[in-house]
Design a protein around this ligand. Sequence first.
Ligand code: PMP
Length: 451
Amino acid sequence: TVAHEGILRRQSLRESAARTYARSLPIVPVRARGLTIEGADGRRYLDCLSGAGTLALGHNHPVVLEAIKKVIDSGAPLHVLDLATPVKDAFTTELFATLPPGLAADARVQFCGPAGTDAVEAALKLVRTATGRSGLLTFTGAYHGMTAGALDASGGAQDVRVTRLPYPYDYRCPFGTGGARGAALAARWTRSLLDDPKGGVPRPAGMILEPVQGEGGVIPAPDDWLRGMREITAARQIPLIADEVQTGVGRTGAFWAVEHSGIVPDVMVMSKAIGGSLPLAVIVYRAELDTWRPGAHAGTFRGNQLAMAAGAATLRYVRENGLAERAGTLGERMLARLRALAAEYPVIGDVRGRGLMIGVELVDPEGQSAAPAGADPATDPADGGAERDPAPAAPALAAAVQQECLRRGLIVEVGGRHSAVVRLLPPLTLTDEQAVAVLDRFADALAAAVA
Ligand code: PMP
């Protein structure tokens, strides 16, 4: 316990104030296995943050450890820039075996810097190079990373070349309708903006979207809307980039989340779970886009050998054990129980998700509507506008629920546009019993937070 407190104190003094997770989760993990993390003070936690969705197989899964040990024991080099190695060959083979059929036939892979944001940068650069155009279509509430280009592609985009479009957020629908109609209006907005000869945007280099917005508050895009975006971009020769950094590797109930809608993007951005706990990021794209000159995209750390070995083992395990399907069915059951909880608690404004990517949006049921009276959603759906549900978001309550969860040995994340969405991203190896334990603790925490 003394070590635990000393470490927390020293880190809070020495580390930048920009620390993120460490501020809301004052624990010092020293051991972990599967769903469980053990702190330096001996306390144990069920980890439903999973390294922000990285740990598809939970902590220290035996097949991942085995794969890492095998590389180390073999005497293989741990770093050889982007040279071809047996480890890389095995990873690429495994990755290509997971691709949606429409892409697998004619795909190229580019290994990027170690993080998701590096792969996003590469994707943006690729489509700009291939099309010779510079504009970019992105969506309200999007999150693509923290480096300059990825940041511009995210919800609060500033770059003048970036055009933000409405994402179909059923609960806080920018058109005030929600449902299929809200999604259809969002698609229509996009179509008319591109085709407007006067006020519209010039043909952009690409469109980037998350099939389920993660950091934006776990907002699954309807399949019809995704098909609409595919149709709109294909008709205008605009490459479509699917950011599957968080949704990939089985999390949403399909190996890649785009498979639910059947769309085939031109570029897929992958990171987090593909490295089996270690940093790894790639883009996979139609060979036709591979127009950049040799050396046009470089970097020292691309495709770490240990990460590729851990990643290949993870991809194989998820595929061979049907963990995507498992995430889909278990996720549905967890959502059903959370919806039952919502019926009891008016502070739960919305329960949503896909597979084991789950969000519970907390609201102030008595608060005044955040929607400006008389707002015309048609004039600017991306910036506020009328919201279908008038209950304002409750970020303080979400923070309190997170703390009550922690007190009960459960780690959850809080995110969303108003920081009021409690997020669950458990490993895909979650057992039925563990799922019940997680939801029991969550229900207790919620009861304590509203008491
Ligand atoms: N894209 C998406 C959809 C993400 O969720 C994230 C990270 N949460 C990123 C990109 C950026 O990844 P990284 O933090 O590894 O840079």
